[in-house]
Design a protein around this ligand. Sequence first.
Ligand code: NDP
Ligand code: 8X3
Length: 251
Amino acid sequence: MRKIALITGATSGIGKATAKILAKNNYDIIITGRRDERLGELAVELIDKIGVECYPLCFDIRKKDEVECAINSLPEPWQNIDVLVNNAGLAAGLSPIQEGSLADWDQMIDTNIKGLLYITRIIAPIMAEKKSGHIINIGSIAGKETYANGNVYCATKHAVEAITKGLRIDLNPSGIKVGSICPGAVETEFSVVRLKDADANKKVYAGFTPLQAQDIAETVLFMVTRPAHVNIGDILILPTAQAAATIFNKK
Ligand code: NDP
Ligand code: 8X3
């Protein structure tokens, strides 16, 4: 029987690369995000070029009602989700906490923590009921360290780390695999969004070779293709040039 993977935040970066790699490995794919046009384009690519089935769901993960409505709108066979990749997320701003924007804080907390929880609260019972499934949360090195001006973003990713551990404990009796991938610097739209600067990548990734979304997608694939008795709990993955959150060997 074919397997189904739901990837949040698949309109860009890590989520998009993950959707493609899982499709190439015979998963049917549910993709989510707010940018409908991009979801449509990716769905066409997965269906026409890769040859899998794809169900796009356009919603804002911060809005509980939209999340519930979208997941509940899935036709019955699509609700049988085998893999959930909780990827949607962002950093907004890079300021000392005493100068931080409350709107940025709300956006990060509502997306990275509450949005992840809303989705998981709907999918986890489905997995628990059938006693199988795999949840992978995209954390960050920012969930393991706190760096200058990272304050609230780091807090949200520390929360993802705690939620991952809590999920693994609570879903242990049901045989559900739970793990996380915690990347360092990945060249996606992340820095453009964080710094609200279309040219941000030229500055942020200057002088070293960052990870690419494909590197993280390959890590997701590795995790979901382990034998039934193996659960990868956590992977910290960094560019070779990165030793810690803010320590880079730049040329
Ligand atoms: P991108 O900005 O390229 O992708 C972010 C994705 O999240 C987009 O698909 C976006 O979709 C989605 N998203 C953001 N806000 C919402 C929302 N309110 N509702 C629904 N979807 C939303 O960044 P990355 O691929 O780099 O980020 C993916 C994950 O990886 C994030 O959780 C990020 O924190 C994490 N990460 C990134 C690192 C990096 O250096 N890039 C390093 C470590 C972790 P849309 O805008 O269409 O809604
Ligand atoms: C993204 C990596 O170091 O910018 O989570 O926080 S970092």
